[in-house]
Design a protein around this ligand. Structure first.
Ligand SMILES: Nc1ncnc2c1ncn2[C@@H]1O[C@H](COP(=O)(O)OP(=O)(O)OP(=O)(O)O)[C@@H](O)[C@H]1O
Ligand SMILES: Cc1cn([C@H]2C[C@H](O)[C@@H](COP(=O)(O)O)O2)c(=O)[nH]c1=O
Length: 210
């Protein structure tokens, strides 16, 4: 059996992560597709609280703690057992989202938010993170074109916030150059899919049998 591998997908809202991950999952044997916040019942309940458009009074630290709480439950209940069983776990967002959105976007500080997340993840970092880079205007345009999609509390933040988030991801790429790989997500679906699939396959080839 081969060892499990934990691959996360990151980027500003509307970059195309969810669409591309499901295309990738279809091509792989033994893949588990999941998302944050959510992926399991308790974390989906927390997701509803965080993203509820009516929760405008939510304090940024409360927001950061709720994301970390959802993360913990999801990691223990779903991600870790799948990795232990040798699966390829494809996760739509993980701790880097907290660092970019709450740490840099909200101004709580990347180190501070990383510290509270250490309690939740106990050093369990992804093996590979694919960052989908896109101009926030284009991402938001894509979301608005998709009438069936929920528009959540974070989508409704102003453009400055979304630019700050993108800047946060750029800081993270400098901090974790080996783990995070950037893809230009402004191209066609086929173009982004091919580039992503290539990176995933290259990483899977490096896996060791256990
Ligand atoms: N490369 C692309 N070109 C054009 N449209 C795209 C592309 N990728 C995704 N889309 C469309 O953009 C919209 C947003 O895509 P998707 O939900 O996959 O993004 P996301 O990164 O998961 O967003 P969020 O993080 O906000 O949930 C969808 O309607 C999707 O069909
Ligand atoms: C995990 C995580 C997510 N967010 C933000 C990013 C998005 O705006 C929403 C999640 O919605 P999506 O459509 O499923 O991408 O939440 C965040 O701010 N911090 C986090 O840790």
């Amino acid at each position: 059996m081969e060892s499990g591998i934990f691959i996360t997908f990151e980027g500003p809202d509307g970059a195309g992560k969810t669409t591309i991950i499901s295309m990738i999952a279809e091509q792989l044997e033994n893949a588990l597709l999941t998302r944050e916040p959510g992926g399991i019942d308790i974390a989906e309940q927390i997701r509803r609280v965080i993203l509820d458009k009516d929760n405008t009074a939510m304090d940024p630290r409360t927001e950061a703690l709720l994301y970390a709480a959802a993360r913990r439950q999801h990691l223990i209940e779903k991600v870790k057992p799948a990795l232990d069983a040798g699966k390829v776990v494809l996760c739509d967002r993980f701790v880097d989202s907290s660092l970019a959105y709450q740490g840099h976007g909200r101004g709580l500080g990347i180190e501070e938010v990383f510290n509270i997340n250490q309690f939740a993840i106990e050093q369990m970092m992804p093996d590979l993170t694919i960052y989908f880079d896109i101009e926030p205007e284009l991402g938001l345009k894509r979301i608005n074109r998709n009438k069936g999609r929920e528009v959540n509390r974070l989508d409704l933040e102003n453009l400055d916030f979304h630019y700050k988030v993108r800047e946060g991801y750029y800081i993270l790429m400098e901090r974790f150059p080996k783990r995070i790989v950037k893809i230009d997500a402004s191209g066609t679906l086929e173009d982004v899919f091919q580039k992503t699939m290539k990176i995933v396959l290259e990483r899977l080839e490096q896996r060791k049998p256990v």
